[in-house]
Design a protein around this ligand. Structure first.
Ligand SMILES: [Zn+2]
Length: 329
């Protein structure tokens, strides 16, 4: 049995495996520029962030109907459950779908068809976090929040993703203020490729409760001290960092030093179909490449539940934490 864990940094569109991409393409009459799943899988061996994003957006063309989003989420939840994920807070990118003529309602209702049954079917509790694309305008983010208003009973919070450099958090001050006023939780990608100052800005200007990635905080000791003092969770994605060349090799990843510094780190899969593994694969990878011992792995699992948005159900959080404490490696 794998170590129980929560996954807090997972883009549902990044879970699209080649086999499902072809299945949905056939169902929707979408032509993919790849002969078969083998050829497509080779394209998943991209070079850098831009070639990844190109493929990522190209393949979204196969997601058209509620059933497509339902199938996508069910495929992820089945894989996550098999790797010990007990709770998942799932990102989605509505702007990428609305731009293709797929309505907000189709995306949310489709995902919800899978999420609403996830506990019974997969044993995984879930929450949904709507992300704004930071390389789109602030006005587009505001319109997206407006479009989401009929579905806010299904969305726990907002996030910020896509290309980071040149799009500082402050650009989205207004939409984050509006989200806060609607009672939504707030997270943001910061300090992945962007500088440590983006992390500070996400905390101070956007009022975020967790930092997604946050890896580059290690360049600023005063910031590390603050993150430790304020117990700000960081949702790290080690295999993603290697594939996108944020770190050269996994053995160079600063995770052990970050844990030693007292940072509240969690380990997640980001876009697992593209980055070489799901949540459990990331745990296995850091265990072997970084030599993390059992108590460090248990700490990462504990952190994932401590950082989860489970305030509405503390009994559940306590149950998950008890599972982690009782786990025998
Ligand atoms: Zn991400």
């Amino acid at each position: 049995m794998p170590l129980p864990k929560a996954e807090l940094h997972l883009h549902i569109e990044g879970t699209l495996e080649p086999e499902l991409a072809f299945e949905l393409a056939a169902r929707n009459g979408v032509e993919l520029p790849y002969a078969d799943t083998d050829e497509l899988r080779k394209a998943y061996d991209f070079e850098d962030l831009q070639s990844f994003l190109n493929l990522y957006y190209e393949l979204m063309a196969v997601l058209r109907t509620e059933r497509d989003f339902e199938d996508l989420a069910n495929a992820y939840l089945a894989r996550a459950a098999a790797q010990g994920v007990r709770h998942a807070e799932i990102f989605f990118d509505p702007q990428a779908h609305i731009a293709r003529g797929v309505a907000m309602g189709t995306v949310v209702e489709g995902l919800w068809r899978a999420l609403g049954e996830s506990e019974a079917r997969h044993g995984v509790s879930t929450q949904l976090i709507m992300c704004f694309l930071r390389d789109e305008s602030a006005g587009s983010a505001l319109r997206t929040l407006e479009a989401a208003k009929p579905y806010l009973d299904r969305i726990v919070g907002v996030g910020l993703d896509s290309a980071e450099v040149g799009h500082p958090p402050v650009k989205f001050r207004e939409v984050y203020e509006a989200a806060a006023a609607l009672g939504l939780r707030r997270v943001a990608h910061a300090g992945e490729e962007g500088p440590p100052a983006y992390i500070t800005e996400a905390l101070d200007v956007l009022g975020v409760e967790r930092i997604d990635h946050g890896l580059r905080c290690v360049e600023d000791p005063a910031l590390v001290e603050r993150l430790v003092r304020e117990r700000v969770p960081l949702t790290l994605c080690p295999l993603s960092n290697v594939r996108l060349r944020t770190v050269d090799v996994l053995a160079d990843h600063p995770l052990p030093a970050m844990l030693d510094a007292g940072l509240l780190c969690t380990v997640n899969s980001d876009d697992p179909a593209y980055f070489g593994g799901y949540a459990g694969d990331n745990f296995d990878a850091v265990r072997s490449a970084l030599g993390l011992g059992e108590e460090r792995l248990r700490e990462l699992a504990r952190n994932s539940f401590l950082a989860s948005f489970l305030e509405h159900d503390e009994e559940r959080r306590a149950r998950y934490l008890a599972e982690v404490d009782a786990y025998r490696f």
